[in-house]
Design a protein around this ligand. Structure first.
Ligand code: F6R
Length: 610
């Protein structure tokens, strides 16, 4: 989704802005632009397409200034063209970049038109630029003009404002769209994601909801929504500097698939005792709170929702308490019933997904016992606003299709199910010890599963002319089938559906013929015989079967056109292993089809709008 970079320094910042935008490319965008103050005017360059196009434009029309703002746009209002690209101007004196959506932009636009403002784009952002310019006329500073203007906005924004008359400061405002400030020596930076600024600083400070700030080379003045001054310190980040490099891999997605043994290791590190999960890993108050939990409500979107679905199987079978799972965008807009002593869990890679965040905020008003987030980004909104946070430690995930974030979420959720089972004494100690032992060997098992890579690459060739694919699984493997289908459609644009295997005969079976590939998860643990029967049904309709099986399997091998083996483990850990071949399969199919694996069309890494 859109990306923001800004800088106020004592050197030419054009290169810093471009490098920042390049590091945000993974979020998904369709045009890019930047503006700097130089020679007593605001100079702007915008291009449709990649940041490299903008860079080329700068090489042809050198642009030089020590204060500036830049943006990658993911179109919401108006098509992706140069006039709709940010920054947007008002009267050539105010320049604005904006992430998010202004919901009341049409009424504001009409009002501003009547007051003589001329619009050159279809965007909601241009409304903000004019609104700030109007408020500036009756304000003693840009900061107070922005504060006044934001009071008139409905919707979500992370915005940076630059003023020609004030070439020493930028003003930023945040509501629903993240912004982080970075401190250098005698210079300050702004971005929508700290990854953009890692080449120039490691000192960061996040802006909170509703805050507006004035950023100069040496100082930051933050105002709360009521106008009071907020004191906050910069803190050193723990995010790795090289998070934005592909290393020896051709794509970030592949690098991240291969990072899974390490990311799971980090997620487990320091959180397992000899024969148990350390319950405080979920927060200092976790022992007291988990003891009281009688019901679990999980909300998430996309891939994170699939990990929530797996968690439902784990929690209900291991802990014996009800667990409900819901897509965040549905939860937030319906009347829900909250049971006594319910734990609210949000799951999110980014920690900034608009629907998930909104659901958490609603939940906080609904009388839940407590809120817990399973999240990968320290300092993100979900982490800051939840009572407890479990960090998944996957490291920065750059490929738009989520891989290592998903398996680390599963790792954390399995640990949570075990922690609840320990607290409630719902599982025999022997079973808990067994899970802990298997968790310890999980990174190695994943390494082993990755060894099927070359076989899967060859298998992918069969998908060359396919337009549809089914993924089937039962029990805990059903959500994994859904995740396999999501991965394939996201990056290869092949239509794919994930189904509970037994549900096939209630409809999808009508699609099966010799042109339909069907990936069936048929590991030894969990409904094996029943899945084999489902495979027989596919076979008799000539469907092309790709079986994901346990090492040494014979029955499915006899029936399937191809099999991919994963190491044997206990039933609860199998979903983590069957995920690996499905990630590799979609990756290789997408590469063979020549698709943009890391930045699939229309998708964004962090969905900060509804
Ligand atoms: C799919 C994918 C998305 C995200 C979804 C939620 O590969 O990445 O479906 O899972 O947009 O994002 P987070 O987890 O950041 O809340």
């Amino acid at each position: 989704m859109c990306g923001i970079v800004g800088a106020v320094a004592q050197r030419n910042i054009a290169e810093i802005l471009i490098e920042g935008l390049r590091r945000l490319e993974y979020r998904g965008y369709d045009s890019a632009g930047l503006a700097v103050i130089s020679d007593f005017k605001i100079s702007r360059l915008r291009r449709v397409g990649k940041v490299s196009e903008l860079q080329k434009a700068i090489e042809e029309n050198p642009i030089d200034g020590s204060i500036g703002i830049a943006h990658t746009r993911w179109a919401t209002h108006g098509e992706p063209n140069e006039t709709n690209a940010h920054p947007h101007f008002s009267n050539d004196t105010i320049a604005v970049v904006h992430n998010g959506i202004i919901e009341n932009y049409e009424s504001l636009r009409e009002e501003l038109k009547l007051q003589g403002y001329v619009f050159t784009s279809d965007t909601d952002t241009e409304v903000m630029a004019h609104l700030i310019e109007r408020e500036r006329k009756s304000s003693d500073s840009l900061l107070s003009a922005v504060l006044k203007a934001t009071k008139l906005l409905k919707g979500a924004y992370g915005t940076v404002v630059m003023e020609l008359a004030n070439p020493d400061c930028l003003v930023v405002a945040r509501s629903g769209s993240p912004l982080v400030l970075g401190k250098g020596i005698g210079e300050m930076f702004i971005a929508s994601d700290q990854l953009a600024l890692l080449p120039v600083t490691r000192q960061f400070m996040f802006l909170e909801e509703g805050e507006v700030a004035e950023v100069t080379r040496r100082d930051v003045k933050i105002l709360a929504p009521d106008g009071s001054v907020v004191e906050r310190e910069f803190e050193e980040t723990t995010v790795q500097h090289d998070a934005g490099d592909k290393g020896k891999f051709r794509h970030f997605m592949m690098k991240e698939i291969y990072e899974q043994p390490d990311s799971i290791n980090s997620t487990l590190e320091g959180r397992l005792a000899q024969d148990s999960v350390i319950i405080e890993s979920f927060g200092n108050r976790a022992p007291e709170l988990l003891d009281k939990v009688e019901f679990v409500q999980i909300i998430a979107c996309g891939t994170s929702y699939h990990s929530a679905m797996v968690a439902k199987y784990w929690i209900e079978s291991m802990v014996g308490i009800p667990c409900q799972v819901e897509i965040a965008s549905e939860y937030r807009y319906r009347k829900t019933v909250v049971c006594k002593n319910s734990l609210f869990i949000s799951i999110s890679q980014s920690g900034e997904t608009a629907d998930t965040l909104a659901a958490l905020r609603i939940a906080k008003e609904q009388g839940f016992l407590a809120s817990l987030t399973i999240c990968n980004v320290p300092g993100s909104s979900l982490v800051r606003e939840s009572d407890m946070a479990f960090m998944t430690r996957a490291g920065a995930e750059i490929g738009v299709a989520s891989t290592k974030a998903f398996t680390t979420q599963l790792t954390g959720l399995l640990m949570l199910a075990v922690a609840l089972a320990q607290t409630k004494k719902s599982l025999p100690q022997e079973e808990i010890s067994n899970i802990i032992q298997e968790l310890r060997t999980l990174p190695n098992d994943i390494k082993h599963a990755l060894e099927m890579d070359t076989t899967i690459e060859t298998m992918a060739e069969e998908f060359n002319e396919k337009e549809h694919c089914l993924f089937l699984g039962r029990g805990e493997q059903y959500p994994i089938a859904m995740e396999g289908a999501l991965k394939l459609k996201e990056i290869s644009y092949i239509h794919a559906e994930g189904y509970p295997a037994a549900e096939m005969k209630h409809g999808p079976i009508a699609l099966i013929d010799e042109n339909m590939p069907i990936v069936v998860i048929a590991t030894k643990k969990g409904h094996y015989e029943k899945v084999v029967s489902n495979i027989q049904e596919i076979k008799s309709r000539k469907g092309k079967i790709i079986g994901i099986v346990t090492e040494g399997d014979k029955d499915v091998r006899e029936l399937a056109d191809h099999v991919i083996e994963v190491p044997e483990t206990i039933e609860s850990l199998t979903p983590l292993l069957t995920t690996i071949p499905l990630q590799l399969l979609s990756y290789h199919i997408a590469v063979l089809l020549g698709k943009n694996v890391d930045q699939p069309r229309n998708l964004a890494k962090s969905v900060t709008v509804e």
